[in-house]
Design a protein around this ligand. Structure first.
Ligand code: HEM
Ligand SMILES: *[C@@H]1O[C@H](CO)[C@@H](O)[C@H](O)[C@H]1NC(C)=O
Ligand SMILES: *[C@@H]1O[C@H](CO)[C@@H](O)[C@H](O)[C@H]1NC(C)=O
Ligand SMILES: *[C@@H]1O[C@H](CO)[C@@H](O)[C@H](O)[C@H]1NC(C)=O
Length: 510
């Protein structure tokens, strides 16, 4: 019996391999089980160990090569883990892979697949993308919103200066900073820290944010793979729908408020006096010329994408960067010396200084190399059959580019496991193929890169310039990553800081 079974298995494996060859599909781990496909390979991800998905996939790629075809339930999934194959997908086959798969989050939290991040490739997406890059995230718009970023960072500096050397939760500090920046851009309001106006509204907003990240945080494979819905925590879908309703109502109230104050003369006067417009006001004023593109639902979904897509990613990047520097005090010292030399002690670093702070940039690049907060990008999907690495990839295949694996592979990065910003020195403005792309690449690449780099740079620069930083104990900071589609640190960063001798003078001028 046993022998027969083994013979059968061997025969089956060989036949399968031949079949793959004939159909010219990419290599695929053995066995592919009925119904669940390769999900048994991701047990650790599914079960108690809660291994992050990009780690499980890296392991699979180590065995089967940089172009691997998996089957998640009935869905084909192409896993890519080399720069050359990534280039084929995101450059040569950019248009074919510009679609997104229909996942649960896109349905319930992405306005039924119509929001910018979840919309399929087509006219609707193209319009949203145009609005986002020309009206919301363009260099010009970012310049008009400069004072928001500056004043929010100052406000964080003041808060830290008052900490008296106590242990601080940097993750929440960065979160409050980013959320205030985003909400000020969107609606001119701040909901955290000093001088918060409408208390009840602020409470509601904070509730929505906490819930969004909690529900985002339980990203289980069932949420990720519609087929496995039933395995997810009970009621996840209902929770998503309830959350969507809350978010939608909140954004609607901001729009209504903005509309009702439109005819308000005092506001218009203020606008003429140089007061900037909020993003909601910008979009509502565009509605006058192109009403079909600026429906309430479009405005709401765009604002939510900014708020939720921009916050978590930037916060996690700042947190990883500070953590890495605290584990390498010599790097922190070197960055501080650079800022002292370029900016001095008479003023706080500002955004115009950033291009001159090349070591700070190296630190940011090295952080985004080792800890890319979109380790698998956002899943793409092929709209037609195409060829990758010489293999045939069927239409409707979900694409996961394992950026984490590419950027941490010693084959492409000597000494890959070491945090070494110096590796980027002298590489300013050089793009080294597809070895590094923390913001993705091609049509679906991140439209918020510019904003993110400004916020991360300004925040880190100011913290390094104004304070001496320390870990809360002699132990190194734990750099393990948690689970979820974005790559959070498993443990939130705790740290201590002391203002430098000149800091209180600078803060009182500001
Ligand atoms: C350090 C911060 C950030 C990182 C590392 C990051 C990274 C990424 C990545 C990897 C993607 C997916 C690309 C792909 O699927 O090929 C993406 C998409 C996106 N990002 Fe970011 N991002 C960051 C900040 C932001 C900010 C600040 C915003 C907006 C305010 C933003 C808005 C978006 C949007 C709307 C998409 C979807 C684009 C589309 O599907 O067409 N991101 N980002
Ligand atoms: C979502 O869109 C599909 C068509 O793409 C439509 O059939 C469905 O009714 C929509 N669902 C909701 C809740 O709007
Ligand atoms: C930054 O500071 C310098 C020196 O005070 C000033 O010339 C520059 O305009 C400032 N830039 C911004 C963006 O505030
Ligand atoms: C950081 O990386 C980007 C490519 O991702 C590159 O364009 C830039 O020049 C790099 N900066 C430095 C200082 O190496």
């Amino acid at each position: 019996m046993v022998i027969q079974f083994l013979l059968f298995l061997a025969f089956y494996a060989i036949a399968r391999r031949l079949l793959l060859k004939v159909r010219n599909l990419p290599p695929s781990p053995f066995p592919t089980l009925p119904v669940i496909g390769h999900l048994h390979l991701l047990k650790k991800h599914l079960h108690l160990l809660k291994k992050p998905l990009h780690r499980s996939l890296s392991q699979i790629s180590r065995w089967h090569g940089p172009v691997t075809l998996l089957q998640f339930g009935s869905r084909h999934v192409l896993v890519i883990s080399s720069p050359a194959a990534a280039e084929e997908c995101l450059a040569k086959n950019d248009v074919i892979f510009a679609n997104r798969p229909r996942l649960l989050a896109g349905k319930h939290l992405g306005y039924n697949y119509t929001s910018l991040a979840w919309s399929p490739y087509g006219n609707h997406w193209r319009n949203l993308r145009r609005i986002a890059s020309l009206e919301i995230l363009s260099t010009n718009r970012l310049l008009t919103l400069l004072s928001i970023r500056t004043s929010e960072v100052r406000s964080l500096l003041r808060l830290l200066a008052k900490s008296g050397g106590q242990s601080l939760n940097m993750k929440s500090a960065f979160f409050e900073l980013m959320l205030n920046v985003m909400m000020q851009m969107i609606a001119g309001k701040r909901y955290y820290g000093e001088n918060v106006g409408e208390v009840e509204e602020a409470r509601k907003f904070r509730e929505i944010v906490t819930e969004s990240f909690r529900i985002g945080g339980v990203t289980n494979i069932g949420d990720f793979l519609p087929f496995l819905r039933w395995m997810g925590p009970k009621g996840l879908e209902e929770k998503m729908m309830a959350l969507h309703k809350k978010r939608d109502e909140f954004m609607q109230s901001l729009i209504d408020e903005s509309q009702s104050s439109e005819g308000d003369e005092s506001l218009e006067m203020a606008a003429e006096g140089g007061k900037r417009k909020t993003l909601i006001q910008v979009l509502l004023s565009l509605r006058e010329t192109e009403p079909e593109y600026y429906k309430d639902e479009t405005v709401k979904s765009l604002m939510l994408v900014l708020l939720l897509g921009g916050t978590d990613t930037s916060v996690a990047t700042m947190e990883w960067a500070m953590s890495a520097m605290l584990n390498h005090p010599e790097i922190l010292k070197k960055a501080q010396a650079e800022i002292d030399e370029v900016v001095g002690h008479d003023r706080i670093v500002n955004e115009s200084d950033l291009p001159k702070l090349s070591y700070l940039h190296c630190i940011m690049n090295e952080t985004m190399r080792m800890y890319p907060v979109g380790p698998l990008l956002i899943p793409h999907e092929s709209a037609e059959e195409c060829c990758v690495g010489g293999y045939r990839v069927p239409r409707g295949t979900m694409l996961l580019i394992n950026l984490f694996s590419i950027q941490n592979n010693p084959k492409y990065w000597p000494d890959a496991a070491k945090f070494k910003p110096e590796r980027f020195e002298g590489m300013e403005g050089v793009r080294d193929g597809y070895k590094m792309m923390p913001f993705g690449s091609g049509r679906r690449g991140c439209p918020g890169e510019n904003l993110a780099l400004r916020m991360v740079g300004l925040t880190l620069g100011s913290l390094i310039q104004c304070f001496e930083w320390n870990r809360i104990s002699d132990e190194l900071i734990d750099m393990t990553e948690g689970t979820g589609l974005s790559m959070p640190k498993a443990q939130p960063l705790l740290a201590k800081c002391r203002p430098r001798s000149f800091t209180s003078d600078l803060l009182s001028q500001a």
